[in-house]
Ligand binder design. Sequence first.
Ligand code: COA
Ligand code: MG
Length: 289
Amino acid sequence: MRSLLFVPGDSERKLEKGFASAVDVLLIDLEDSVAPQNKAPARTIAAAAIRDRRASANAAIYVRVNDLASGLIDDDLAVLMAAAPDGIMLPKAEGLADVERLSVKLRVLEAENGLEDGATRILPIVSETAAGVFAAATFGRGSSRLSAVTWGAEDLSAAIGARATRDQNGRYTELFRLARSFTLLAASAADTAAIDTVFVDFRDTAGLRAECAEAERDGFTGKMAIHPDQVAVINEVFTPSPEAVAEAHALVDAFAAAGNPGVVGIGGKMFDRPHLRRAERLLARAKTS
Ligand code: COA
Ligand code: MG
């Protein structure tokens, strides 16, 4: 899961383009990019697109439903679960309790639609409300449905009343960096992947690349996109480079050759168990990208 592309669920044209892109995960949106009067048609259009195109699609297919308090989520799920998406993105999630509430709904709908129990994965957005940020610690309990966690800045800024999410240099302000960091911690506590939030200036490729590189450095393993042109850059930056893969192999081999000790020296530098674990994680990522 390197790249995840949002596609408004009420746009047949964008759905067609999304399915044609080289993205790892399509995020078919029923929430913020769909106007209230379009919610019902969007469900039908999105479900039909999944049915018609999934056989020829390489991407995993996720649906972003409306949040648990919206009064819309049950209708979203009733229509979309019949099309058996690979996963559901849950916006404004406030801790693992909300993931568990969604799990209960999915379990019923899986049974009703003849799907395997537990087949539908959940990808929560964990930082869109203050309560969501505070509840990040609850992800330590884990859930077998979690496929990753991600974060968003816009809804949190609206909830807080912040006028901007970034400073004059384009850097996220303290509050949003905190939410971003809590996302990394929640992912680690839940032993799942952390996905970075969207970069909305879709013509600014250099800016996107820099933000991807920073996210990859910090432990995110993928990033969401809002425009098909962003997918190639995201895939590139989040695919471990041949040099990084070779370095990780060398480290794993050195530990094995030394009889798997706690620590080895390579080229005058010390490497211990956390370095080994990091190398193994990188190799696992390289295998799936
Ligand atoms: N998925 C699929 N196709 C998309 C797309 C997306 N997210 N964004 C743009 N496209 C398509 C356009 O339809 C257009 O196709 P066409 O030329 O065949 O009509 C082509 O890519 C080029 O689009 P462009 O003109 O560069 O952008 P735009 O002005 O049409 O769209 C946005 C800009 C921001 C409205 C659009 O990118 C979008 O809807 N993004 C997703 C928004 C979203 O889901 N937000 C919620 C999560 S934050
Ligand atoms: Mg939102």
